[in-house]
Design a protein around this ligand. Structure first.
Ligand SMILES: Cc1ncc(COP(=O)(O)O)c(C=O)c1O
Length: 542
């Protein structure tokens, strides 16, 4: 690019015609200037690397400059030195290695001549941007090095067993977001401009004390903001001392499992239920006792009769995951009585209760607890976005909270503080409440779109409207296998997890989970058309 600054007369009427010579000069100036600006930009933005690992052997018959040359060439060849890395100054290297600068210069000149390095006075020496086919052949010494046996993790620890099982039930690999993926907020509707403004303010006002270790329980103003939010919106009874900030529900469950269970302890688990929970409690050594959970909620009688020794129960009482019901009041009361009498613990996963579209908001189970036996878990993964990795545990009192805080410190010391500061402001300034209100409206509309689209397949699957959440359950004709239907859909670009993936011991009729919160009307309609086509083929196969 030619700029007027570089050649001020260009574009001027008197110099409208540029001679051949001018052009040649211009092109030269331009090339040099581009190179200069490129190199000076590079010197600002590219990392300067040291050259660790070079052992000069003064007793070797190979001259020192040759040793330096070979070392750098091999490092470029095997990718340790990447294109555009800036090498230390020859003077510095000579000083570090205790040799004459001329020796280093000799090696560098050779490397520049061969195109491995490039240099410009004043800007330093860089690794050239080579094509892969230009790279030197890997040194013979490396190729002939005996192949070491690949390290294999043979221990089959509790953590490994639990995570292996989780992966077989649900993929933890990165998947493209496609309908009907469940639990995905509408990222497009997140107020990023507000968030980034707050982030800027937080960074500008960052005090050096924020760069050190913070309280492992979390950033205090965020704990206060959460305490206030859950008191008002979820009827949770707590103060900020009882709130522990964690990296999402997953870490909360890992901590709760590790602190409430001893290896071999049975725990009641909703069936069908959240695989992430069963895996965490299993990893802590707990033995899952699946309890049938249907439209009437958690079957407490079954639990008491079949697994009377359990002292811990995992529940999603406000919006059962994945079926979507709410735990009736009498069962809540009985569960709390059971916990109080047997010194049991109720882990209440209140993952998406803010996303309730109609009916009265249901108070949390924690709010009814008189005996301090509920460990309440909340997350921002559904209301904001999961990559934030902020969730919270609310313990019955400050001293139990301190036990969790100590364990949290052991796991990862603390959550990153800047995100907590941004989130605290987001809540304090009312953006969180406004966003939730908008998302409730939006998700309700999206659910209606999905229900309308599903009306075109009335005989093949039935589903009904839900007062809350981000997905619907579509019940399939009983002769179909939901895993087969789900796999077939996956080959056609539709993700609809089968209910079978969420069951532990009690078989459910075949059904698919249809997430709607992240998708447009068009996407939902197209995916429903694919579902119809797949169900027709499955029927004809019969
Ligand atoms: C039942 C349930 N609880 C909690 C979560 C959120 O987990 P996290 O806060 O670790 O992102 C999910 C996510 O899908 C879930 O389904």
């Amino acid at each position: 690019m030619i700029s007027e600054q570089m050649y001020p007369n260009i574009g001027h009427p008197e110099r409208a015609i540029i001679s051949q010579v001018d052009r040649a000069i211009l092109s030269e100036i331009c090339t040099l200037s581009c190179l200069n600006s490129k190199l000076s930009a590079m010197s600002k933005s590219t990392p300067q690397i040291d050259l660790p690992g070079l052992q000069l052997d003064r007793s070797s018959p190979t001259p020192l400059h040759q040793q330096i040359y070979t070392f750098i060439r091999e490092a470029i060849g095997d990718g340790r030195l990447k294109a555009n890395y800036r090498l230390p100054a020859t003077r510095v290297l000579a000083g570090d290695w205790g040799i004459s600068r001329n020796v280093v210069l000799l090696a560098f000149e050779q490397l520049i001549l061969e195109g491995y390095l490039c240099s410009k006075t004043g800007a330093g020496t860089y690794v050239a941007a080579c094509r892969s086919d230009d790279l030197p052949i890997r040194p013979a010494a490396k190729a002939s090095r005996p192949q070491s046996k690949r390290a294999e993790l043979t221990t089959y620890s509790l953590l490994r067993r639990a995570s292996d099982e989780l992966i077989s039930g649900c993929s933890v690999d990165r998947e493209a977001i496609q309908p009907f993926q469940v639990s995905v907020p509408s990222y497009r509707d997140f107020p990023f401009s507000i968030w980034s403004n707050l982030a800027m303010q937080v960074y500008r006002g960052l005090h050096i004390q924020h760069l050190g270790y913070d309280d492992a329980g979390g950033y205090w103003p965020l704990r206060e903001a959460i305490a206030e939010h859950v008191q008002v919106n979820r009827a949770v009874r707590c103060t900020a001392e009882q709130v522990v900030i964690v990296q999402g529900t997953q870490q909360a469950l890992y901590l709760a499992g590790s602190l409430l269970l001893q290896p071999g302890d049975p725990f009641w688990m909703e069936d069908p239920g959240y695989q992430g929970a069963v895996a965490c409690l299993r990893a802590a050594g707990g033995i899952p006792c699946p309890v049938p959970t249907g439209p009437a909620g958690f079957d407490l009688d079954y639990a008491l009769q079949h697994h009377p020794n359990a002292r811990v129960v995992y529940l999603t009482p406000s919006h059962q995951y994945p079926l979507g019901g709410t735990l009736p009041y009498p069962t809540r009361k009985r569960l709390l009585d059971w916990a109080a009498q047997h010194e049991g613990w109720i882990i209440e996963d209140d993952y998406d209760s803010e996303l309730r579209y109609s009916g009265r908001p249901l108070p949390s189970l924690q709010g009814l607890d008189q005996a301090g036996r509920v460990v309440y878990i909340g997350t921002f993964s559904k209301t904001l976005f999961p990559a934030l990795r902020i969730g919270y545990i609310i313990l019955p009192d400050a001293s139990t909270a301190r036990l969790f805080i100590r364990a949290k410190a052991l796991l990862d010391r603390q959550n990153p503080v800047v995100e907590q500061m941004i989130l605290a402001r987001f809540i304090q300034e009312g953006h969180f409440q406004r966003h939730i209100r908008r998302m409730r409206q939006l998700y309700k509309t999206k659910q209606t779109w999905l229900l309308e689209a599903l009306q075109t397949v009335p005989d093949q699957c039935h589903t009904s409207a839900s007062d809350a959440g981000m997905h619907l359950v579509a019940w399939l004709p009983t002769h179909l296998d939901d895993r087969t239907v789900s796999s077939e859909l996956a080959t056609r670009g539709v993700t609809a997890p089968p209910l079978a993936n969420y069951t532990l011991a009690h078989r459910q009729p075949p059904a698919l989970l249809l997430g709607y919160s992240a998708f447009t009307k068009d996407q939902l309609e197209t995916a429903v058309a694919t579902l119809t086509a797949v169900l027709r083929t499955q029927d004809s196969i019969r």
